[in-house]
Write a protein that binds this ligand. Structure first.
Ligand code: IPE
Length: 262
């Protein structure tokens, strides 16, 4: 079974000031993914459909008074609606390319505790896969068991690692708008080099917020999620979905430039 993450930065214009689809990328990405025809789950990020709201309403931060509580309730509702709309758009495009995609809303079955998934019944999703569907889930705004924060944002990366462990995935691909993991931030350091293989012993300089529009930890968040997966013996590959042909090659088992986390 394959779990594929499509980063919000590849599907949307992530630094736009309102939710904006990257139509050209979405069309091509869906087309390339359609070359895979075995069991799979697709997890997509939120891009400008999620991060703008999540940041504005500071979801996941401590609630200190009744007024803040009301504001966060509004924020949770708005964030959920916005990422659900993105999911609808992605699912529709995947179906257009012949993929039997079904969108499933993560916040309807996932609850976190201190922003980590603790409640998550995967059985419905497993049944869909068994019946030949391709479930499509996404980074979402969810309920949290910690009463100080009440709500949390879960990234597509956290969902990927949870499902990969639970469903014992044998292929995990993460695609976004960068080629893989670099020794330093390639946007600010021209000396930064792409690393082919990352293990827990690899020395990297990763910032949490190299992309200010990202509330879920940027590349550092991603690497930590994937190293925890590697610890359980599941390797994952990070590739650039914005480069034409990369996803098609990766889902077809061909070699692609990127970073293997093992
Ligand atoms: C974020 O998901 C979810 C919300 C902000 C609601 P991701 O962290 O997986 O999204 P991208 O891929 O970085 O856009």
């Amino acid at each position: 079974m394959m779990i594929l993450k499509i980063g919000g930065s590849a599907l949307t214009i992530k630094d736009a000031n309102k939710p904006t689809i990257d139509e050209i990328n979405l069309d091509r990405i869906a087309e390339e993914v359609s070359y895979y025809n075995d069991d799979m789950i697709i997890v997509h990020g939120a891009g400008s459909y999620g991060h703008i709201h999540a940041k504005k309403y500071a979801i996941g931060e401590k609630i200190t008074n009744a007024q803040e509580n009301l504001y966060k309730i509004e924020g949770l509702a708005r964030t959920q609606a916005s990422v659900q709309l993105l999911n609808y758009i992605v699912v529709e495009k995947l179906q257009e390319k012949g993929i039997p995609a079904v969108g499933i809303k993560p916040s309807s079955f996932i609850v976190t505790e201190n922003q980590r998934i603790t409640t998550c019944d995967t059985s419905t999703i497993e049944r869909y896969i068994k019946e030949g569907f391709v479930p499509v889930i996404y980074g979402d705004a969810v309920l949290d068991k910690n009463d100080d924060i009440k709500f949390a944002i879960i990234s597509g990366d956290q969902i990927i690692t949870y499902f990969a462990k639970q469903l014992k995935a044998n292929k995990v691909i993460l695609s976004s708008d960068v080629d893989g993991i670099y020794t330093d931030n390639p946007r600010t350091n021209p000396e930064a080099k792409l690393v082919d293989i990352v293990t827990k012993d690899t020395k990297l300089t990763l910032t949490n917020n190299e992309n200010q529009a990202d509330v879920t930890g940027g590349m550092a968040g991603k690497v930590n999620e994937l190293l925890s997966l590697a610890e359980e013996g599941i390797e994952s590959l990070i590739i650039n979905a914005e480069k034409e042909g990369n996803l098609k090659k990766a889902v077809s088992g061909q070699k692609v430039k990127g970073t293997l986390i093992k």
